[in-house]
Write a protein that binds this ligand. Structure first.
Ligand code: HEM
Length: 364
């Protein structure tokens, strides 16, 4: 069984992209809200005239739409969690951390509404446009709570700092807008002032009892199959190595000429399953297009899931991730008995290079 991996991005690359694009989107949204408030106060300086503030507000919001689209697409392509395109539009429907992922979806829906109504502002009229634009004040906290409630990095120092800076920036901007309203207090200004103080406080207390404390992955609604939890403790801590033995099944070519290969093997460390799909090669190998690898105990085989990162001769490398966010590199060296449909060889597991950076974080 030899072949080259055609799948371009490894599971780990997509995961990094999801996190990176999410963080850029959050920063852009924060800048857009602050610039929007700055514009509404009619503030300007010699260096930053009003048309520049308005232009920045518009262009950064369009950039945020591009980044959030990339964030959603990499999440879906990653395939680690059961999240589909529907979950990017319909909030609270995903089985993966429904509330916290759902708030990200709410934020996206609101951002879409804000963008569309702004593009159609001329036709809609100022009153309708402004009424919809107030939703920006709901979109931003929804996005922040989603970021901390869903993200792997919620307990890492730089993420805490980033969330704090974004919150202070928006709160100060709101207070500034309230103060710029002059001496006459309206109900709207009172709500704005109270919100700028109360919302950050509530967010902080929620964070302390929620994503900031251990066990959040389970409490936030991560499906048990991804969580591992107590059963993960049954697996040896990496690095580990040992013999492996199991079965291999290759399907007949389907109508498009592709085959699937399934390996199910028991090693001293645990049970490993590999599924590959691709085109059969003349020499007996398979040119793999798509793959899925899982590792766990006999009873719970999906404690770690991921994809192949390389396939050379009879050596398979895979990058897997647990529901709690730790990463594991697996290497299988296989001897294949095609007549009997069996495999034997060795399995090695190492903590992935990225895991030390993530270790402090994790989602619980
Ligand atoms: C405006 C809307 C959104 C913003 C600003 C946003 C931002 C973020 C941020 C900052 C993170 C944390 C990344 C980290 O911990 O390193 C995150 C995580 C995540 N987001 Fe979003 N997001 C939004 C919408 C969505 C939507 C609609 C989905 C899916 C349908 C989604 C899926 C995810 C997932 C699965 C994670 C966890 C990634 C991980 O494993 O760390 N997000 N998001």
């Amino acid at each position: 069984m030899s072949g080259a991996l055609a799948a371009a991005g490894s599971a780990r690359t997509l995961w990094y992209l999801t996190r990176g694009t999410g963080i850029v989107t959050l920063l852009l949204l924060t800048a857009v809200v602050v610039l929007g408030i700055t514009g509404a106060t009619r503030w300007q300086s010699a260096r930053l005239p009003r048309f520049v503030v308005a232009g920045l507000h518009r262009n950064l919001s369009l950039l945020a739409v591009v980044f959030v689209a990339a964030h959603v697409l990499t999440t879906i392509a990653d395939g680690f969690a059961p999240i589909g395109l529907k979950d990017a539009v319909v909030p609270f429907a995903s089985p993966y951390r429904p509330i916290w992922l759902g708030l990200g979806t709410v934020a996206v829906d609101l951002v879409i509404a804000l963008t569309v109504t702004s593009l159609l502002r001329g036709r809609l009229g100022l009153r309708t446009w402004r009424a919809v634009h107030w939703l920006a004040y709901a979109a931003w906290p929804a996005a922040l709570v989603h970021s901390l409630g869903t993200g792997t990095d919620a307990r890492v120092g730089w993420m805490q700092l980033l969330a704090a800076v974004c919150t202070v920036a928006v709160a100060v901007a709101v207070l500034w807008r309230v103060a710029a309203g002059g001496a006459v207090w309206t109900a709207g200004r009172a709500v704005g002032a109270a919100g700028a103080v109360v919302v950050p406080l509530v967010l902080f207390l929620w964070y302390l009892g929620g994503p900031g404390s251990p066990g959040w992955a389970a409490r936030s609604g991560t499906p048990a199959a991804l969580l591992g939890g107590a059963s993960a403790a049954a697996l040896p801590a990496p690095p580990f190595a040992g013999p492996l033995r199991g079965t291999i099944v290759q399907s007949r070519p389907d109508s498009s000429g592709e085959v699937t290969v399934s390996i199910d093997a028991a090693a001293t460390a645990g049970r490993v399953r590999v599924w590959m799909r691709g085109a059969p090669l003349a020499g007996g190998g398979v040119h793999v297009y798509d793959s899925r690898v899982s590792f766990g105990t006999a009873a719970t085989p999906n404690l770690y899931v991921g994809t192949l990162s390389s396939l050379a001769g009879t050596r398979l490398d895979a990058v897997l991730r647990s529901g709690a966010g730790s990463t594991l590199d697996l290497t299988l060296r296989l001897g294949i008995d095609r007549v009997h449909g069996t495999v034997s060889g060795s399995l090695r597991g190492t903590a992935a290079g990225a895991s030390s950076a993530l270790g402090a974080g994790g989602s619980g």
